[in-house]
Write a protein that binds this ligand. Structure first.
Ligand SMILES: Nc1ncnc2c1ncn2[C@@H]1O[C@H](COP(=O)(O)OP(=O)(O)OP(=O)(O)O)[C@@H](O)[C@H]1O
Ligand SMILES: [Mg+2]
Length: 228
């Protein structure tokens, strides 16, 4: 599902080049689950942005589902994200003028969508029910708590039935019970539909529920042995 080789990413700022990722390799098989931990500023979000074709590496190659994503045009990258990926952002980026249900349906507006509107809406309602927001469908984002916004963003990432979910701190502002709900939902999709999961988190409990854990340090990943 993910083949990243010799990835380097530097940011140019006035007077300084910040080298964030250096010769990073990552392989994840179809249907695997993995977490990435590491100190703040170590480059975890940078790495997810590259894997999600939101940004380009300085050098190195990335294939997702066998497709080389480093050569995609902006439009192709948008279509790739819409069809293959569920992305949960560290800042959840809900659209303020849309309700919870409408926010979850946003991915449907982009790209060519084969499914009927009614089927997508019924799945969106089910997902919102599963993350505990069945009673909040018509709320606007400002009428939600931080954790409810995050759970809305999780539902939105799942509505297009992605093969790969990239999640950046998907439980950042959640209490332990809601953290478990989100983790349960992601792992259920993995078990039942074979969705591949890559989760960045500072939460040790969430990290340990994935079958592999990597640590990002000094620009590279190293495996961490997790006890089960
Ligand atoms: N657009 C940018 N321009 C310049 N520097 C950047 C840019 N984006 C990120 N950085 C720097 O790159 C480093 C890695 O940032 P990144 O957001 O990937 O860290 P992170 O591991 O996700 O941290 P956190 O756990 O706090 O979310 C940081 O030092 C950050 O300041
Ligand atoms: Mg980050």
């Amino acid at each position: 599902m993910i083949e990243a080789h010799q990835l380097c990413k530097s940011y140019e700022t006035p007077g300084e080049t910040i080298r964030v990722l250096q010769d990073l390799d990552l392989t994840l098989a179809d249907g695997e689950t993995a977490s990435i931990v590491g100190p703040s500023g170590s480059g975890k979000s940078t790495l997810l942005n590259l894997l999600g074709a939101l940004d380009r590496p300085t050098s190195g190659s990335i294939a997702i589902g066998g497709q080389d994503i480093s050569t995609l045009t902006t439009e192709q990258a948008a279509a790739f994200r819409n069809h293959q990926l569920g992305f949960v952002f560290q800042q959840h980026h809900l659209l303020p003028q849309l309700t919870v249900l409408e926010n979850v349906l946003v991915p449907r507006l982009a790209g060519d969508w084969q499914e009927s509107a009614a089927s997508t809406e019924s799945r969106a309602r089910d997902l919102l029910q599963q993350v505990g927001l069945g009673e909040r469908l018509d709320h606007l984002p400002w009428q939600l708590s931080g954790g409810e916004k995050l759970r809305t963003a999780v539902a939105r990432a799942l509505v297009n039935q992605p093969k790969l979910i990239l999640a950046d701190e998907p439980t950042g502002s959640l209490d332990p019970a809601s953290t478990d709900t989100v983790a349960d939902l992601l792992l259920q999709l993995n078990r039942e539909q074979g969705v591949t999961l890559l989760v960045v988190t500072h939460n040790a409990a969430l990290a340990s529920r994935m079958s592999k854990t990597f640590e990002l340090r000094n620009g590279r990943l190293s495996p961490r042995i997790t006890a089960h």
